[in-house]
Each structure stands twice: as C-alpha cells, then as structure tokens.
Ligand binder design. Structure first.
Ligand code: ZN
Length: 125
C-alpha cells in the first residue's frame, strides 16, 4: 500500500499545534494528572480537550515557557476497556474511567459514557 494517511480534519479555528508523541509514559502521566514537561522546557498546561477522529480525543496544551501549542492524541477506548464498562453497568455500578481509575466517574453525554478528563467515550449507557 502506498497511500499515505494525512490528517486533514484540523479545526480551522484552532491555532497550529505541534504534535506530541503519545508515548505510554506521557499518557500515563497525563492520566495520573501529573504535570507534563514540555519538550522545550517548562510545563504543558491543558487548554482544551476536543473530540478527535474515530473516537479519539485531542488534548491541547500550551507550554508555560515558550507559549508554543502542542497537541496530544488520546487513543480511543479499547475493546477491553469497553467490556469493563459494560460489565460494571450490567452489575448496576456507576462505572469509573478505566484509565483514571477509581473515583473518576464517567459522565453521560447523550447516550455516551464519557470521562471528562480523557475526552473519551467508553460506552453507551
Ligand atoms: Zn479518564
């Protein structure tokens, strides 16, 4: 296959942002609510969380030192995560975010069960 996948659905109103590599470590720190270090020094301050393509979410950051904008793609819910939520619903529980952990309740947005910190829908309620 020679087709290159290009992301063309950047929001027009949004300022240009540099992509951050969604490494396991970075995502882990993000879910843990840790301050993320900016690639150019300083810290990344979360500006906004927007729905991304295919059920993912995009977190926008501003670097405290350089004022550069960065974006991090937060991966969509996995099958395992969705199943976990389904199981909890079936047992009559209010599901927590599978990434943020206990105490971080998912909230309903329409029929979706969404974590407001991930911006990800983990199931239908
Ligand atoms: Zn979450």
């Amino acid at each position: 296959m020679t087709t290159t996948r290009r992301r063309v659905e950047q929001q027009e109103s949004a300022p240009a942002a540099l992509p951050l590599e969604a490494s396991k470590r970075l995502l882990k720190d993000y879910y843990a609510g840790k301050r993320l270090e900016s690639p150019v020094g300083g810290f990344l301050e979360l500006l906004a969380l927007r729905p991304g393509p295919d059920g993912s979410a995009i977190a926008w950051f501003e670097c405290s030192a350089s004022s550069l904008r960065y974006e991090l793609v937060i991966p969509k819910a996995t099958r395992t995560e969705k199943k976990k939520i389904k199981d909890q619903l079936a047992r009559g529980l209010d599901p927590d975010c599978p990434r943020h952990g206990p105490g971080y309740r998912l909230t309903r947005a329409g029929r979706d069960l969404v974590c407001s910190l991930c911006g990800i829908s983990y199931g239908k309620g």
